[in-house]
Design a protein around this ligand. Structure first.
Ligand code: XMP
Length: 311
């Protein structure tokens, strides 16, 4: 595929569709929404408003990183702090699909509020082919695939959704990023799911439990930086397991799974063969930096039958 041509065509189409109206981009900082935002900005310039919802489920320092990266591209990002809203919506929920639905509903409600007062008619989203495929197959409910599951964004939320990347898979999206001459740090980023750390926290997503996963993800990411992989992160399981303190007291603590996978399009995946020293360093740091942890596991499961994330 000629990705430069693809980018030119999509930018032209975006410009024609949006016309003289205004558009809003829902930027998460991931590869897909970053590429979609840059295309939309090239298409309609300052008639694009870029909104970043800080849902409290992001990786460490993510909102600041995204704001600065886009400022360098001349794109101003409006950050909306909505962490409390998401935690309220997720309160008491342990069922994975209910979590995704709660996330999606809150996302669109917060988003609709954030754009109230703006006269934008269009919503640009970075939905890709894999999202649509998996939502249609019922593998999971993606937070950004509305039409395919019969929810009208126009009736429910007031905008027409434009998804310029919906025919592409991840490698294609990265190629578009390259064709747009975006910084590599943006288009080569590791995938990160829309519902964020909620996909890596089994059981209830309280602020405390999400903070535990955030720290676990940071450790795993740092220790596998030089390893070639598709995606890597830590996961907080819902169960607890016995540990023992240095003075011999038994206690129940958190269980963290390390996930690191090789994949091309995220449709299938296999566990990365990590060096033993890397695994040992990760588990050492987990107990040291997250005192509630008593066990650390390495997840060996391929996709299928497993998925990459945990919900
Ligand atoms: P799974 O867990 O289904 O994930 O094997 C496949 C790829 O998709 C990412 N993922 C998501 N991305 N919204 C997204 O934008 C989501 O709801 C979502 N769920 C999973 C996941 O990180 C992996 O790269």
């Amino acid at each position: 595929m000629d990705y430069e041509q693809f980018a030119r065509d999509q930018i032209k189409q975006l410009r024609e569709t949006v016309g003289n109206s205004r558009a809003i981009s829902a930027l998460s900082g991931g590869v897909d929404s970053s590429v979609a935002t840059v295309m939309a900005h090239r298409a309609v310039g300052d008639r694009l408003e870029t909104i970043f919802i800080d849902d409290g489920l992001m990786r460490q320092d993510e909102p600041e990183w995204v704001r600065d990266a886009f400022a360098d591209l001349g794109i101003e990002v409006q950050v909306t702090d909505a962490a409390d809203r998401f935690f309220d919506a997720l309160k008491g929920i342990t069922d994975p699909e209910k979590k995704r639905k709660a996330f999606r509903d809150t996302f669109y409600t917060v988003f609709a509020e954030a754009v109230k007062g703006s006269d934008a008619e269009y919503l640009i989203q970075g939905t890709i082919a894999a999202d649509i495929l998996e939502t249609r197959k019922g593998v999971k409910t993606q937070h950004n695939v509305l039409d395919q599951i019969g929810v009208s964004a126009k009736d429910g939320y007031g905008f027409t959704v434009i998804e310029p990347l919906k025919e592409l898979y991840k490698p294609g999206v990265r190629e578009v990023g390259r064709a747009l001459e975006m910084p590599e740090a943006l288009y080569q980023r590791m995938p990160f799911p829309g519902p964020g750390l909620a996909t890596r926290c089994l059981g209830e997503c309280t602020p405390e439990r999400i903070e535990t996963v955030r720290r676990a993800c940071k450790i795993v990411e740092e220790e596998t930086e030089s390893v070639e992989k598709f995606q890597t992160f830590g996961v907080l399981l819902s169960d607890q397991a016995t540990g023992v303190t240095e003075d011999g007291r038994r206690r129940f603590g958190d269980i963290i799974a390390i996930r690191c996978v090789d994949s091309e399009k995220a449709v299938t995946a296999t566990a990365t063969v990590l060096p033993w020293e890397t695994l040992m360093r990760i588990q050492d740091r987990m107990y040291e930096e997250i005192p509630s942890v008593t066990k650390v596991l390495y997840d060996l499961s391929p996709k299928p039958p497993s998925t990459i994330e945990y919900i």
